[in-house]
Design a protein around this ligand. Structure first.
Ligand code: BG6
Length: 515
């Protein structure tokens, strides 16, 4: 990867919420740390009309609100804002892109013309913008780098994802396209790779011989907020599972790459997606549960049901909760059930991966030395070790093991061996957007989704979406602040097990822990 000294970051959708909340603050933090190219400039582009100064003012407001690190001087902020200007555009007007090209040429310093087109726009505009950039030659790398960055969702189903990829790839090379899945930018998600491949002790235990099942949960306390319009046409399977959760799954389930290099890693994650067992209609009926939140009172406050949210149809059948059981058909994982659960308006915000290990072959210390097969649910679960990989919040890793209760007798007790990120003194943890934008400026595509991976994920998800279109699979209501419909427990292959109920605090779990 070569470092560049000039870059113009062209932010499409610059007047939108995501730009203000995530993208520009991330750029600012990178700037403060001296990570941006020496001659970095940003050109905000959107339909609204702004003078440069008015646009800078609105970006400054965003920084006040969303940029982390209050020790940053006003001087720095001024310097950063002085590198920003604005260009209004009508996205559908081919001519406007020729003017954009002229604008960029007028901004370019010296001969190096590296342009990064970041599309923070509704996905419907991706194709149109890419085509128009191509029409005026802004895709060609004759005079410098040309990169296009798109945010998820990449398509709406398999067909639309294929169409989008085909279109983008007819204009840009795969190496010029960066598809952002912000979960891959999270430190804790990247640490899955390190835990597995920087240690020798986990590998022998990371397979069907020792693992009983794997559980991935992504719960949010928030509802759809002000995104009801978008969300109602999407649902949680598209919004979270097809991308963020499957990407985490890939890092958990992949084989070791031959080298730590973008394509080597992405080849291995692709193999996981290719090995996902495509469910038949019957399997979908048995192994998937969907739900939608309904209004309820929590701690004296009333929370609206999904259908009462702004922008949502009052007859909506869009799911805000999904639970799946599925398998990975390869040598490492054959027969090991994977459980994925994602939901909005859950009791707390938590994302984690839990590796549930098989019980010891003969449990000598619990309940009079019964064989696991004869144990009741509680006793069986008690003996199983768990490795909890907490993505957020209270980030860390916990190994749950059985220890002797001190004193007379041979009674066991589960204890936690833990690592907490907060104990890493002075470690600055960049936001996902900081990491990903920097990687993209430096030309490192390791943490970005490749076209083939995106399509393969859709191949797995699309039959479920199709099956959910009909009425055969019920849409259950669940009150805000609960862990989704009760029926989600029914998908466990081994009825002795059920979902973990994680708490905000990594060390605790259970239905009644502090949220
Ligand atoms: C986004 C989804 O991709 O991820 C949102 O569109 C969701 O619906 C968000 O709330 C969750 O991200 P995080 O980083 O807060 O877990």
């Amino acid at each position: 990867m070569e470092k560049i000294s000039h870059a113009i970051f062209v932010l499409f959708g610059a007047s939108g919420d995501l730009a203000k909340r995530m993208v520009v603050p991330a750029l600012f933090r990178l700037f403060c740390q001296g990570f941006l190219p020496q001659n970095f400039q940003m050109l905000g582009v959107s339909r609204s009309f702004f003078e440069d100064d008015a646009f800078r003012k609105s970006m400054a407001e965003g920084l006040e609100k969303f940029a982390r690190g209050d020790s940053v001087s006003l001087e720095k902020q001024k310097e950063f804002l002085s590198r920003i200007c604005y260009f209004p555009i009508e996205y559908s007007q081919p001519k406007a892109y020729f003017s954009l090209k002229e604008k960029l040429e007028s901004m370019a310093i010296g001969k190096e013309k590296n342009y990064f087109f970041y599309l923070s726009t509704p996905p419907l505009l991706f194709e149109e913008i890419a085509i128009n950039l191509g029409n005026c030659g802004l895709n060609l790398e004759n005079e410098g780098k040309r990169t296009i960055v798109v945010e998820k969702p990449f398509g709406y189903d398999l067909e639309s994802a294929k169409r989008l990829n085909k279109r983008l790839l007819s204009i840009f090379q795969e190496s010029q396209i960066y598809r952002i899945d912000h979960y891959l930018g999270k430190e804790t998600v990247q640490n899955l790779l390190f835990l597995r491949f920087a240690n020798g002790i986990f590998e022998p235990l990371w397979n069907r011989e020792y693992v009983h099942h794997i559980e991935i949960t992504s719960a949010e306390f928030l509802g759809v907020e002000n995104r009801g319009g978008y969300y109602d046409g999407s649902g949680i399977l598209r919004d979270m599972v097809q991308n963020h959760l499957l990407q985490m799954l890939a890092l958990v389930a992949m084989e070791p790459p031959c080298i730590i290099e973008s394509n080597a890693i992405r080849n291995e994650t692709l193999k996981v997606f290719q090995s996902l067992h495509k469910m038949s209609h019957q399997e979908i009926l048995q192994n998937t549960v969907r739900g939608q939140y309904t209004s309820s009172f929590m701690q004296g406050e009333k929370f609206l049901g999904y259908r009462e949210e702004k922008g949502v149809s009052d007859e909506s059948r869009t799911e805000t909760f999904a639970a799946l059981r599925f398998y990975i058909d390869n040598w490492r994982w054959a027969g090991v059930p994977f459980y994925i659960r994602a939901g909005k308006r859950m009791p707390t915000r938590v994302t984690e991966v839990v590796i549930h290990y098989k019980p010891a072959p003969l449990s000598l210390f619990t309940r009079g030395g019964l064989f696991p097969g004869n144990m009741d649910k509680e006793a069986l679960c008690e003996t199983c070790n768990q490795l909890v990989l907490r993505i957020q919040p209270d980030e860390g890793i916990l190994l749950k093991i059985n220890m002797k209760v001190p004193g007379r007798g041979f009674v066991t007790q589960k204890i936690n061996m833990g690592f907490y990120y907060k104990e890493l003194a002075n470690a600055y943890i960049p936001t996902a957007y900081e990491r990903l934008i920097l990687d993209c400026l430096e030309g490192d595509s390791t943490l970005f989704s490749r076209a083939d991976a995106v399509e393969t994920c859709w191949e797995f998800i699309t039959p479920i979406l199709k099956a959910w279109e009909g009425d055969e699979i019920k849409l259950y209501g669940y009150p805000c602040g609960t862990w989704g419909p009760q029926e989600a427990n029914s998908i466990f292959e081994d009825k002795a097990f059920g979902w973990r109920y994680p708490c905000k605090n990594l060390a605790s779990d259970g239905l009644y822990c502090e949220l």
